[in-house]
Design a protein around this ligand. Structure first.
Ligand code: SF4
Length: 497
């Protein structure tokens, strides 16, 4: 039985507080932001409905692949092969992009990437920038840097545009505004954009579209992420459902693509595997509405396209993952299926994770990309139910990676002292028959004094009190397991089974 903490929590402040992402001194405070998110019944309901809808969409459409497991394993093998030969494929991609007339830059960290892109914009005399959705740009806080440098930046994915107006980070890697319902958005458009209040989605969309059209027309520069970079041809692939990626890459005279280094794939034919997996896993669609392939700047005779194209390839912690036991995390194609399947994400939403990447993949790559001691709570925030592993189109064994991170935390003595003491006591108790039996006898008496109708609502001390802060604890069975097992065995023997 679960209970949600609501007393004393101002629900209206939940999102805002969880966005600030830190307690004091810049340290992420996952437990606090998770408690605040759980206290928000409206958020829980919105997340639960949206993630279940997307998860059901994925489950319904995947069988259309015929043998989905075989294609998912093929995707995993292609990614593993690429990661083993990443230097070679990145060099090939860079050569091809240059041969196509583009410029290639390598950025080792966020500062370098921000400086590079700001310099490109300055050198090209840019004033107005339109952006399509890019998680890599969220990682490096690109908008803040560009705005501080005096550029006007407009997010053009509708969800990202809403978040830009609201001043919030995304809460999902595919559908960034999943946590907000249409009433929220109607209120936001009325307050910030002066639109007459309406909760009608086509009216809201048409209003945003009119603004965005003008921004597209006026933009000097487009910035995009990359879903895939094809080494064989130097082609960048961007998929969107709104066509804004196509506008960002065809209309402005300068285009910059910011690509995480793990997004390279060897050949054009590999792209077909990932396009099938990505759309189905992300949104339950057969194909994403717009699949944009871009190979450098406009050539003579081209109808549209930029005069100048830059590819910025971002490391920012990825090389360290590549050389570690966690390499398979770099297979990720950012489909968000693991988020939709995760019972923890479904309740919390994305902001509680206090990282650009939430959900199961966020719990793995955020500590790896940034800092395990700083994000030490994230690997623990999992029931290890394996729903994420079952959903992942490239077969990343996220539960195994989470256990690896927990192991690293234990070895680095980054787990709380009380835990270490508790588990030591547990090990001693479990390795002695006498201690185990005596301990369970005492526990049974203790629990029966506290329980009502088979459940304990409040344990007086940790670790039980931490559990009963949000849930009831079932009473221990009056007959210990070994006695029940002996009885069952006797019965089976009698029945000759
Ligand atoms: S880990 Fe797998 S399921 Fe999760 S976002 Fe990445 S590819 Fe998708």
């Amino acid at each position: 039985m679960q209970r949600w903490p609501t007393a004393g929590v101002d629900e209206g402040r939940v999102l805002a507080v969880s966005q600030t992402q830190t307690s004091h001194e810049g340290t992420p405070d996952f437990k606090r932001s998770a408690a605040l998110a759980l206290a928000n019944a409206r958020l829980r309901a919105a997340m639960d409905a949206a993630t279940r809808r997307q998860d059901t969409g994925r489950r319904t459409i995947m069988p259309e692949l015929g043998d989905p497991l075989a294609i998912r394993e093929l995707g995993a093998r292609i990614k593993d092969h690429t990661l083993r030969n990443l230097d070679q494929y990145l060099a090939q991609l860079a050569d091809k992009v240059r041969a196509n007339g583009g410029h290639v830059h390598f950025a080792t960290d966020a500062d370098q990437a921000r400086d590079l892109i700001t310099r490109i914009a300055r050198d090209a005399g840019v004033q107005r920038i339109v952006k399509s959705k890019s998680m890599a740009s969220e990682e490096i806080h690109l908008n803040d840097a560009l705005e501080a440098a005096g550029f006007e930046v407009t997010e053009t994915d509708l969800g990202e545009y809403i978040l830009q107006i609201a001043g919030e980070p995304p809460s999902h890697i595919v559908t960034p505004v999943l946590h907000r319902n249409r009433e929220d958005i109607a209120r936001l458009f009325a307050d910030k954009l002066g639109m007459a209040y309406s909760t009608d989605p086509p009216t809201l969309t048409a209003f945003a579209r009119r603004i965005l059209r003008e921004r597209f027309k006026a933009a000097d520069m487009g910035i995009t992420g990359a879903n895939f970079g094809v080494a064989e041809t130097g082609t960048i692939c961007i998929v969107t459902n709104e066509g804004n990626g196509r506008f960002c890459t065809s209309r402005p005279r300068v285009v910059v693509t910011l690509m995480g280094m793990e997004k390279v794939i060897p050949r054009m034919q590999d792209l077909t595997v990932f396009l099938k997996l990505l759309a189905k896993s992300a949104t339950g669609q057969r194909m994403t509405c717009y699949t944009n392939l871009m190979a450098g700047p406009r050539r003579p005779g081209d109808f549209d396209g930029p005069e100048e194209f830059h590819l910025v390839i971002l490391d920012y912690g990825r090389t360290a993952i590549l050389g570690s036991k966690y390499r398979e995390a770099l297979r990720c194609i950012r489909c968000g299926a693991c988020l939709n399947a995760c019972p923890v994400y479904r309740k919390l939403g994305g902001h509680a994770y206090q990282s650009v990447y939430p959900g199961p993949i966020g719990k793995v790559i955020t500590p790896l990309l940034r800092s395990l001691p700083m994000y030490k709570d994230l690997p623990q925030a999992s029931s290890l139910c394996e729903a994420c592993y079952e959903a992942c189109p490239v077969r990343i064994n996220l539960p195994k990676l989470l256990l690896g991170l927990r192991d690293d935390l234990v070895k680095a003595r980054k787990t709380p002292f009380a835990w270490r003491l508790g588990f030591k006591g547990w090990r001693i108790g479990m390795s002695s028959r006498w201690l185990y039996r005596t301990g369970s006898r005492i526990g049974r008496v203790f629990m029966s004094l506290l329980s009502r109708n088979g459940w304990v609502r409040r344990m007086p001390m940790p670790p039980g009190s931490i559990w009963t802060q949000y849930r009831d604890l079932p009473n221990l069975d009056p007959r210990p397991f070994h006695k029940r097992w002996a009885g069952l065995k006797q019965q089976l023997d009698k029945e000759g089974r």
